[in-house]
Design a binder for this molecule. Structure first.
Ligand SMILES: [Zn+2]
Length: 475
């Protein structure tokens, strides 16, 4: 395909009139442009040249470009973000993830947790000149407390211990020196460690991502951080007896029974989650949500509400599965069958709560980001972001607002809104060309005709080739 594009460019240069400077760039003509800031613009020509959008104008006016793509009847949206991924969580996926993301129109990802020795080489490869990969922003490890949930024992090792505020400061200084784009605070940190992490991250200009630490409440931690994940532990602050639940957690977090970090966390979730949801207090919860209007919520509904929208029931699920490695495909097929046969009531109850809470948050002006936790728990890289968009709409966002959560909002998180997130002159050339209107049905974001990533054009066939190549490497 690169050859095909190159041929077009050469032809156009040869055909350009004598005496005129040769036209450059690629024009997508007669297309309907949709983004979350400008809304809908019909009959547009969008030109990109290298990694920059150089023109957005009516197709009625002439414009010179080296290559032309006919966008008649199609819809152009900004490249999508998956705002919650783990590139190194499962080694079976790491090599193929960049190609899978691109094939589904994901042109930027935020990696929310991986050990530096594993994630750094992957990031370097993805950022190398000419790499076929989304833009990547990464946090390094989950910053946990005295007890670590992801310690490499019962769960993969992606967390690190920070027993004291001094530990926390040293960890973040080290991560900053190694170039992380943000930090990720996890659930077992103490209030003092949490404060030290926030302060040190701010000193280094790093955005902060966080779970709600179990030693705190959402309304205490939320205002200090820039994003929060999975809606987890917010239910405990929305309960009528939130202060008592908090007191109980503080006692149990002393860990009198000497549990592992993972078991200690699970025991607290089991003890408090469903009772808290059952004891929902709307007035209290509204006050909690009003503390979160500057904190992007990344609900990962496709994970939390998986029982409400089982991926294995979707008509393109087998196609999505065919894009991942055979061994993972077999595991996931077995896992899906087990889940379908034996759906957990607790899981369903949390899913219903998550959908409800996102609706409430959206109504009260809490910003929302679209992320999936891929490849964890049946999340095909790239594919799962489209499931997330559908669930956001089902929870109450308009299709355009759902697009905002996967474009403008992530860009704002990294203070990149002047460079990314909309289709405007001067923005980066990350685009997705769709065969159908995503505002009529958000599921139409799956109907991908072509993708532009870092100024490179990938036709539908090119994207299929990418997946095939990723398979070849991964098997
Ligand atoms: Zn995650």
């Amino acid at each position: 395909m690169m050859q095909r594009t190159a041929t077009l460019i050469v032809l156009a240069i040869l055909l350009a009139g004598c005496g005129q400077p040769p036209a450059s760039g690629t024009a997508i003509t007669n297309v309907t442009v949709i983004d979350a800031v400008n809304g809908v613009r019909e009959n547009q020509t969008v030109v990109f040249d290298g990694d920059e959008i150089t023109a957005v104008q009516s197709s009625a006016a002439d414009i010179a470009a080296a290559a032309t793509i006919d966008g008649t009847g199609k819809f152009l949206i900004p490249g999508l973000w998956d705002f919650h991924v783990h590139l190194t969580y499962d080694d079976r996926f790491t090599d193929s993830m960049p190609a899978l993301f691109l094939s589904y129109g994901i042109t930027s990802v935020r990696d929310t947790g991986g050990l530096m020795r594993k994630v750094l080489p992957v990031v370097e490869k993805m950022r190398a000149a000419g790499a076929v990969a989304p833009r990547v922003f990464f946090a390094g490890p989950l910053l946990d407390g005295n007890f670590v949930v992801y310690d490499g024992e019962s769960r993969p090792e992606i967390g690190v211990r920070n027993a004291t505020p001094d530990d926390a400061r040293a960890t973040i200084r080290g991560l900053s020196a190694q170039g992380v784009d943000f930090i990720k605070i996890y659930e077992m940190v103490s209030p003092a460690v949490f404060d030290a992490m926030v302060e040190t991250a701010q000193e280094h200009g790093l955005p902060i991502d966080s779970h709600v630490p179990l030693s705190l409440r959402a309304s205490m931690a939320g205002p200090s951080v820039d994003s929060m994940e999975h809606l987890r532990n917010i239910e405990m602050d929305c309960a009528g007896n939130a202060p008592e639940l908090h007191e109980t957690r503080l006692e149990l977090l002393k860990n009198p029974d000497g549990l592992s970090g993972a078991d200690l966390r699970s025991s607290l979730h089991s003890l408090q989650r469903l009772p808290a949801i059952a004891d929902y207090d709307e007035a209290r919860c509204d006050r909690v949500l009003d503390t979160l209007t500057s904190t992007t919520q990344v609900p990962t509904l496709r994970l939390g509400a998986l029982n409400l929208a089982p991926p294995w029931l979707k008509d393109d699920w087998q196609d999505a599965l065919s894009r991942i490695r055979a061994d993972a495909r077999e595991d996931w097929t077995d896992a899906s069958a087990a889940l379908a046969e034996n759906p957990s009531d607790e899981f369903t109850a949390f899913g219903e709560w998550a959908m409800f809470l996102i609706g409430r948050m959206h109504e009260r002006g809490v910003p929302i980001g679209a992320g999936t936790d891929t490849p964890i728990f049946l999340a095909v890289p790239g594919y799962s972001l489209h499931s997330e968009l559908e669930l956001l709409v089902r929870a109450g966002l308009s299709p355009l607002e759902a697009l905002r959560s996967a474009t403008v909002r992530p860009a704002e998180y990294f203070s990149l809104q002047d460079e990314m997130g909309t289709i405007d002159v001067g923005k980066k050339a990350d685009l997705v060309l769709l065969d159908a209107n995503p505002l009529e049905n958000i599921a139409n974001t799956r109907n991908i005709a072509a993708v532009v990533s870092k100024g490179r054009f990938y036709s539908h066939d090119d994207l299929s080739d990418l997946i095939a190549a990723a398979h070849g490497r991964g098997k």
